[in-house]
Ligand binder design. Sequence first.
Ligand SMILES: [Mg+2]
Length: 234
Amino acid sequence: MTSLTTVGFDADDTLWHNERFFRGTQDRFAELLADYTAPDHLAERLLAAEKRNIGRYGYGIKGFTLSMIETAIEVTEDRVPARVIRQLIEAGQDMLAHPIELLPHAQAAVEAVADTHRVVLITKGDLLDQERKLAQSGLGDLFDGVEIVSEKTPAVYAGIFERHGEGAERAMMVGNSMRSDVVPVIEAGGWGIYVPHGLVWEIEHAEAPEQAARYREIADLGALPALLDQIEPR
Ligand SMILES: [Mg+2]
């Protein structure tokens, strides 16, 4: 029988809303550049810039803002007005100040799991921004550890669950990204629990590991305590 020591939670779009702020800013981006290019083409170019830049800037709003500026320069062939650049910088700064809105069941689920397991917040993104969101969420005190990482790979998960428990084989990760929260944890030997959010950034798409014994999907975090009981009956 498994005995799980540690449960990791993803943050963005698992505990609180995130992707909707990116979508809203992207709509604004399309409006600002409407005189130069069609929204579909702009979105394609932006996504290409984001992919190119992850290795340089990492994940998060700062890199996204720089990718918008780079794309604006590209699609206007260097003619983008400084006024538009300023509005893009302001749009990024607005995102860095957006209020935290917890997802349904998030607080109750973390509280319930924290009673019986070590709980760790594991997230990518800008260090300052993720710290701000955790502080504003009111969930900070529930976590035994917080790990803000540049990439979520099997090796990164193995290290985290070694530090905060007894290894990945006795750990579970819960999140909305199949690519970052589920697949690499299962590869590391742990449980990967997928909680779909609806809005997914294209870069986070991956096939569900349907054949994996340690893969589960739940509709929302309200189902997490029952899933834990089912996996390790007390
Ligand atoms: Mg997420």
